[in-house]
Design a binder for this molecule. Structure first.
Ligand code: UDP
Length: 283
């Protein structure tokens, strides 16, 4: 039988400072914050208004991340350091309901980012004219040029957001200490409030966790292909497909070569995790 990951009692790990993990829902070996989109946006703005002791990492687990988490110790550690863990996909939310520990709704990273921008816009429009209270955002990730295109579109769409920097790191950057130092220096020079990390999972989570102490942002959002979506480089599923809870299928059909093997593996493992969770005794 496929087991859920266990964190041995007394294991000493770096825990997130400044985030409340009280009230999290234990599911599939991780703990997820049972928040709605509105509550998640509000939590992010709490950190923007009142800076936490260190940059807060936001992760958005989908089925694939949960499957990876069963065997990737580095990713487990990154999740322990996260200030917010939000359920990205419908399969995760549906499974949570089936096992009797319901999450209120899905909070995908690619919706969370525009929602934060919308909230910044609303705050900016309400602020006294000329006060310049824009949300400072840095975009890190995606192919060369994509983050710049996303930056232009963001600034056209949301006047309450200022893109203070973009960078597309070269392949393998995470293995080069000097390249990482230089990226951290760029972020530090730009002093963003929000860092949008679009490096794919688990790279973005591992990188954010490794450099958490040195990240000069209040919040780091690990949100996969969101920069591509904002640039118009990749297309989200139409609303009706999302309403049918089939966004995963749209994603699969748009990148079959890259995703087919991964989805097949996930489809074999995830049901076993749900089954194991269903028969777990209440704690
Ligand atoms: N990416 C990147 N640097 C890397 C690896 C990936 O900037 O070293 C970007 C890639 O260009 C794309 C995004 O990460 O914009 C991948 O996001 P996606 O959510 O599709 O990745 P997944 O988590 O599904 O692997």
């Amino acid at each position: 039988m496929f087991g859920l990951i266990q964190f041995p009692a007394g294991t000493k790990t770096k825990q997130n400072a400044g985030a409340a993990s009280v009230g999290r829902t234990a599911l599939f070996g991780i703990e997820i914050d049972p928040l709605t989109m509105t509550q998640a946006v509000s939590r992010v703005f709490d950190w923007i208004v009142e800076p936490p002791p260190q940059c807060q990492i936001v992760v958005t687990p989908n089925v694939d991340h949960i499957v990876q988490l069963q065997t990737n110790a580095g990713l487990q550690q990154a999740y322990r350091q996260a200030g917010l863990v939000l359920a990205d996909g419908w399969p995760v939310v549906s499974a949570s309901r089936w096992v009797g520990r319901p999450l209120p709704e899905r909070v995908p990273g690619s919706d969370l980012v525009p929602e934060i921008f919308r909230a910044a816009e609303a705050r900016y429009l309400r602020s006294p004219a000329g006060s310049g209270a824009k949300l400072r955002v840095f975009l890190l990730g995606a192919a060369p040029g994509v983050a710049d295109r996303a930056a232009s579109k963001i600034q056209e769409a949301w006047s309450g957001v200022e893109i203070v920097g973009t960078y597309s790191p070269p392949l393998g950057f995470e293995k080069s200490e000097s390249e990482c130092d230089s990226i951290l220096a760029r972020i530090d020079a730009a002093q963003p409030e929000v860092l949008v990390l679009g490096l794919g999972a688990p790279k973005q989570e591992l990188w954010a966790a490794k450099h958490q102490d040195r990240l000069s942002a209040r919040v780091a959002l690990c949100v996969g292909a969101t920069i591509d979506f904002l640039a118009g480089e990749k297309k989200r599923a139409p609303q009706w497909v999302q309403a049918l809870k089939m966004e995963w299928l749209h994603r699969l059909l748009s990148e079959p070569k890259r995703l087919a093997k991964r989805y097949w593996h996930d489809a074999c493992v995830f049901p076993r995790l749900v089954w194991a969770e269903f028969f777990r005794l209440p704690t």
